[in-house]
Ligand binder design. Sequence first.
Ligand SMILES: N[C@@H](CCC(=O)N[C@@H](CS)C(=O)NCC(=O)O)C(=O)O
Length: 230
Amino acid sequence: MKRDLSTLSLAFKDPTMLLYDADSPAPRCLRMFLLEKGLVIPGVKVDVFTGENRAPPFLKLNPAGQTPALKLDDGQVLAEAVAIAEYLEELHPLPALIGRTAGERAETRQWWRRIELNVTEFIHNAYHYSEGLERFGVRIPVAAEAAAGMKRIAQNRIAWIDQLFGDRHWLCGERFSAADIWLYVWLDFGCTVNQPFDRNLPHLGPWFASVATRTSAARSRATLAASLTS
Ligand SMILES: N[C@@H](CCC(=O)N[C@@H](CS)C(=O)NCC(=O)O)C(=O)O
């Protein structure tokens, strides 16, 4: 089944939560996840470029100083995009982007973990240690000398994922999942920060082009607050 669920107008609104959102890839993963689920949550934009996320008001919410973060109606604040996605899928199981059965969920998590541990973390940190060095050098430990090697490893692991991918339609076969979202958003981000992947990869090249046609891919570029006012 290859339905593009993000085109559905049937959105479920949950005003009991507030998403701390930003113009960055981890929050974009979550926005795309929400769009695919047809779930509408109020959002507030945190300016990660000026470092609003590293100042006391935000640190009180998320001491890790990162976005996204999700505030629940009882005041609890969740961080880490994957944990937030898991939480939302438990509350709103359908359409399933992680899985309907234990087997499906494990399969999604298998790909998700491969992607985070081998690709997205390398792209992200290589960016922190090179193009983003000036901004991030004052926020987190950085290793400029590691950037070139990390970029190389990211590209190598992307080619490895391409081999594993084989002839399937999405990472989980016929099921479009959170793993596709995370890989797509981070590869797209890589293209904007001097880490373009090889579009000629036989499986990931066409897969990327196919994900890019989904409504959620385009709409997730804008932060939630921006998409409400546009
Ligand atoms: N592992 C975290 C990463 C969160 C993260 O690094 N967020 C970035 C945006 S992509 C951020 O807030 N950066 C600003 C900063 O670290 O100062 C997740 O997946 O949620």
